[in-house]
Design a protein around this ligand. Sequence first.
Ligand code: PSV
Ligand code: MN
Length: 389
Amino acid sequence: MSTPRTFSDITDQLAAQAIELPSWAFGNSGTRFKVFGTPGTPRDPFEKIADAAKVDELTGLAPQVALHIPWDLCDFDELATHAEDLGVRLGTVNSNTFQDDDFKFGALTHEDQAIRTKAIDHHLECIDVMDRTGSRDLKIWLAEGSNYPGQADMRGRQDRLHDSLTRIYDRLGDEQRLVLEYKFFEPSFYHTDVPDWGTSYAQVAALGEKAMVCLDTGHHAPGTNIEFIVMQLLRLGKLGSFDFNSRFYADDDLMVGAADPFQLFRIIHEVIRGGGLNNPNVAFMLDQCHNVENKIEGQIRSVLNVQEMTARALLIDTEALQEAQRAGDVITANDIFMDAFYTDVRPDLAEWRVSRGLPADPIRAFRDSGYQQQIAADRVGGTQAGWGA
Ligand code: PSV
Ligand code: MN
C-alpha cells in the first residue's frame, strides 16, 4: 500500500517553480477589431519590466521576462540592469516576421531569396540581442502559409524553411537554443507552414540538439489531446518550452487555466511524469494578452493557476496509480487521478505563501498596494506600448 501525498511533501517542488512572463502581456492588445488603451499601460520596455517585477514580488513565481523584437528594442544593457535592480531577469527573445509588408507571402519560406535573407537577418539580430541580455532561447513563431489551394508550393516552402532555419541555427552560441512554435491556423486559413508538433519536430530534429519545439497550449484544434503531445515531446527530448494560455474557440491568449483547469492539470501531470517539472530544459512561459481585464492582475491570476494545478498534479498518488494501471483497474486508476484534481489546494497554498513572506492572496495584495493607481497617475503622455498592428 502506498501513502497518499500531503501538501508538505510537495512544497520543495512548488518553491522551485518559475514561470516566464511575456513583456507584451503588459502592453495594449485587442482583437483585429479593436485595441483598447488602459490607464497605466507601459510606454516602453522599462515600464513593462517594472510591471512584471510586481507580479514576481507578489507571487514569487515569475523571475524572468520574455522580450519581443522589435517591440522591445532599447538599450539592452540598461534594460538588463533595470531588470536586475527589480529582482528579475530578461529571458526568451521572440522574433517578429508578421508585421512587415515584405513578409505578406512568407518570411523564412518566401520564394524570393532577398526577402528570405531579410527574415533570416532579423533572427540574427535577435541572437545579437540575446548575446547582450544573456538570454538562452530564441523563440520563432511564423505567420506563414496560404489561404487558397494552389496558392503556394507547400513542399518548396518546407525546404526553404529548413534552409533558413539552418542559417539561424548556425549562428546560435553554445549555450543558446532555438524553439520553434507551431500553430494550426491563423493568420493563414488554408495551410500553415508549421501547423503542428510533428512539423516543428521534423524541422528542429533536422537542425540539431540546440533546437526544440515550443508548445503553445492555444494552438491546437478543439478536442486535441495536448497532454499526449507533451508526453511524446518529452519522451523524444524535444520539448523546449511552453507558451501557456487558454482558448475557447480559436487562439485567444486568454489566462491559462481559465478555459479548462482540468486540461492544465492533465498537461502538468505529463510534465511531471516525463521529468519536465523544474527542469531547466523545459521553459514554462505565458503567452497571453489581457484585452479586457487588468493586465497585471491577469498575469498574477495566470501564474497562480499554473501553481495551483501543479500542486494538484504533484498530489497524485503515483504509486497507487501505477498499481491500478498495471492491474487493469480502470475505475480505481481514474479515481486516484480525479481525487488529486478535485483537491482544493488553495488554503494550503495561501498559508504556505505567508510562511515564505508572500501575501496569502496576491491579487488582493496588488489591489491594496495602490500600484495600479500609481502607474495610472505616473504614466501620462507618450505612446502606450502595444502590438503596433
Ligand atoms: C501568435 O499566435 C502568438 O500568440 C504566438 O503564439 C507567439 O508566441 C506570440 O504571438 C508572440 O509572437
Ligand atoms: Mn505563443
